[in-house]
Ligand binder design. Structure first.
Ligand code: DX5
Ligand code: ZN
Length: 214
């Protein structure tokens, strides 16, 4: 699966930019609060407006403090998947259950320097694990390859029936890096600059998909 990130889109033309990624499996929306990460993007009112103009399932990546307080509203608004950071969530098990009760899938994200081992039980409550392969905050950064160890650990637990979730990766995914991520066991690839920096975003999506499965 390919999930283009609108962080690299033209924010003055978001409806057009959503139309440009037909063929995408999900659209990835980065919500940043200038506290959990040193950048500010968009919040619930814009997400609600975007949901009205696209049929592509929305993958909301909340890089915010206190997701326990704010995340449910994104599920209630109609996001397909709502992802919170393990470094920010106070009660991640309750949060996952509340997100599912509000009608979305529950996603958990983990920064490059955070180990996964303490959270394997928590992951049983989640539908997706979003492994960050850059420090969250900005598009266009270089891929951090050592996070693929986390991908392999979780892939193995999924393949042996100990976990049931999708493994997603976010940051620095492009034609040079997608194959190694695919080999490590990623199911869903977020790509911002590699899609929206291309002359034809829809063709870029198809090219990435071909590389991921080959
Ligand atoms: C970074 C965001 C990413 C970002 C990825 O904090 O979470 O979703 O858009 O951008 P690229 O694909 O350019 O690294
Ligand atoms: Zn993201």
């Amino acid at each position: 699966m390919i999930a283009p990130s609108i962080l690299s889109a033209d924010f003055a033309r978001l409806a057009d930019e959503l139309a440009a990624i037909h063929g995408a499996d999900w659209v990835h929306v980065d919500v940043m609060d200038a506290h959990f990460v040193p950048n500010l993007t968009l919040g619930l009112p814009i997400v609600e407006s975007l949901l009205k103009v696209t049929d592509i399932p929305m993958d909301c990546h909340l890089m915010i403090e206190d997701p326990d307080r704010w995340a449910i509203a994104y599920a209630e608004a109609g996001a397909h998947n709502v992802t919170v950071h393990i470094e920010a969530a106070k009660d991640p098990i309750k949060l996952a259950r509340d997100l599912r009760a509000a009608g979305s899938k529950a996603g958990l994200s983990i920064k490059p320097g955070t180990p996964i081992e303490p959270y394997l039980d928590v992951l049983k409550e989640y539908d997706t694990l979003l492994v960050m392969s850059v420090e969250p905050g900005f598009g266009g950064q270089s891929f951090i390859a050592h996070v693929l160890d986390k991908v392999r650990t979780v892939r193995n637990l999924v393949d042996t029936g100990h976990l049931n979730l999708l493994v997603e990766i976010d940051g620095g995914i492009n034609s040079d890096t997608i194959e190694q991520a695919s080999e490590a066991g990623v199911d869903c690839f977020v790509a911002g600059s590699a899609v929206y920096g291309a002359a034809d975003p829809a063709r870029a999506i198809e090219a990435l998909r071909t590389q991921a499965v080959s």
